[in-house]
Each structure stands twice: as structure tokens, then as C-alpha cells.
Design a protein around this ligand. Structure first.
Ligand SMILES: C[S@@+](CC[C@H](N)C(=O)[O-])C[C@H]1O[C@@H](n2cnc3c(N)ncnc32)[C@H](O)[C@@H]1O
Length: 224
């Protein structure tokens, strides 16, 4: 199934990167976000200054190869364009989210893959991996981080970021999304999850935002 065209209408190439997930967590996530997709962009409020701070912390800069994990409708795509990145791979498990993301930018540097990031074939040439407003929707944080380490070059940067503080995040995910969310880890807990693969150098958890970021250690893939 890898490489099959999902939507010919999109402006970015779209592929299906895996067999549909059979586990119940992912099935719940897919149906929840498929339902949310049509309204997603209309509900989005973006604080440009905060987002710019997050993208700086994530190392998103000119010439970077960016993996946007759980890209949703591609809310960050226009901001990657502004920063003149070399390439963007957006991955999301919800086909409805992906359909919208693929139509967001008409630029050959963008590619959108529909699949579980933990199960699609890895490309190990990314400079930055960004998980924006999505981390609580992964069932097993350690498994996720271990799989993302494989996508990054040594020295590449993994960033988990949210545009709200930890308390607000926890309240948010205890609401209507509780059945597709884990309680968000504190910055210290998340740093400990990253530590086997990443040298964590950024931990910010204030009332407005949450950012944990680190550089992939210089260890070979065989060590993972
Ligand atoms: C709260 S949305 C955030 C989307 C986007 N990052 C944004 O800020 O608008 C969370 C996204 O995570 C995606 N997701 C959850 N589990 C995933 C997985 N295993 N692989 C890829 N995407 C996943 C969902 O489909 C959903 O689009």
C-alpha cells in the first residue's frame, strides 16, 4: 500500500504510508480527527509571535528538512514556507486532515503522508522534527520518541511544542478529547523520555506555552 495515491486533487503529493491501523487507540484517534477536520482551520487561532518563538526553538530555518509529525490540516505549512525550508514531510493518521493539508500549499517541496508515524517507512535525513499541539494523542510516548529518533540526522532536533501552558493543556485534554488523549507529561518527565536519544537543551513550560526540545545524540541507528 505504501506510495498509493490517496487524493489526486491535492497540490502536494499524498501517499498512504501503511495498512490502516487495527489497534483501537488509533481507530479512536482516526475517527475523532476525521470528524474534527472540516472545522479545524476555522477554529484555529494563531498567535504569530508565539509560533515564531516555537519555530525558532525547533530550528526551523532556511534550508532545513522538516518532519511535521501529526501535521493535521497543515496549519504550520505556510510558516515553513515563509522560512524557506528545503523540504517538508507532513505525516498524519487522519485521512480527512491529510486531505486538507495536501491542498494548503502548492509547492513541490511539500509532501503529505497519511499514516501512523510509528509505522511508516523511515527516512533518516531530517534536520528538525516538530510535534505541534499533538503529543497527548500518542498512546506510548517512549515508543513515539524512539521512532522519531530514526527520522533525524545526528544533531537533528526533536521539538514537542504546545501553544498553551501545561495546566491548560491538561484541562483541554481531559474534556471531549479525553478518550483520545493521555495526560500531558511535565517538561521534566518528557525530557527524561527524550534523554536516551536526545540531548535536551530547551525546557519551557510557562502559562502561555510548552516546549521541550533536544538534539539527537551522535549514536548509530543500530544502538536504538
Ligand atoms: C490536535 S491535532 C493537531 C494537528 C496539528 N499539529 C495542529 O496543530 O493543528 C492532533 C493530530 O495528531 C494526529 N495523530 C494522532 N496520532 C497519530 C499518529 N500515530 N501518527 C500520525 N498522526 C497522528 C491526529 O490525526 C491529529 O490530526
Amino acid at each position: 500500500m505504501a506510495g498509493a495515491i490517496l487524493s489526486a486533487g491535492g497540490t502536494a503529493p499524498v501517499s498512504v504510508g501503511f495498512k490502516p491501523a487495527e489497534d483501537s487507540w488509533n481507530q479512536r484517534v482516526i475517527s475523532f480527527f476525521d470528524r474534527m477536520a472540516p472545522e479545524w482551520d476555522a477554529r484555529m487561532i494563531i498567535d504569530e509571535a508565539k509560533l515564531s518563538f516555537i519555530l525558532d526553538a525547533a530550528g526551523v530555518r532556511k534550508g532545513a528538512v522538516v518532519l511535521d509529525v501529526a501535521c493535521g490540516t497543515g496549519v504550520l505549512f505556510p510558516y515553513y514556507l515563509r522560512r524557506n525550508v528545503a523540504r517538508v514531510i507532513g505525516v498524519d493518521i487522519s485521512a480527512e486532515m491529510v486531505r486538507i493539508a495536501a491542498q494548503k500549499v502548492a509547492d513541490p517541496r511539500f509532501e503529505v503522508i497519511c499514516g501512523d508515524i510509528q509505522r511508516i517507512p523511515v527516512r533518516s535525513d531530517c534536520d528538525c522534527c516538530v510535534i505541534y499541539n499533538a503529543f497527548p494523542h500518542f498512546e506510548d510516548p517512549r515508543r513515539l520518541v524512539a521512532s522519531l529518533a530514526r527520522w533525524l540526522k545526528p544533531g537533528g532536533r526533536l521539538t514537542v511544542a504546545h501553544s498553551m501552558g501545561l495546566e491548560a493543556l491538561r484541562r483541554h485534554h481531559a474534556g471531549s478529547a479525553a478518550h483520545v488523549s493521555r495526560e500531558m507529561l511535565s517538561a521534566e518527565e518528557l525530557a527524561a523520555v527524550l534523554a536516551p536519544w536526545f540531548a535536551v537543551d530547551t525546557m519551557i513550560a510557562d502559562r502561555e506555552k510548552y516546549i521541550v526540545s533536544g538534539k539527537r545524540k551522535e549514536i548509530g541507528l543500530a544502538d536504538f
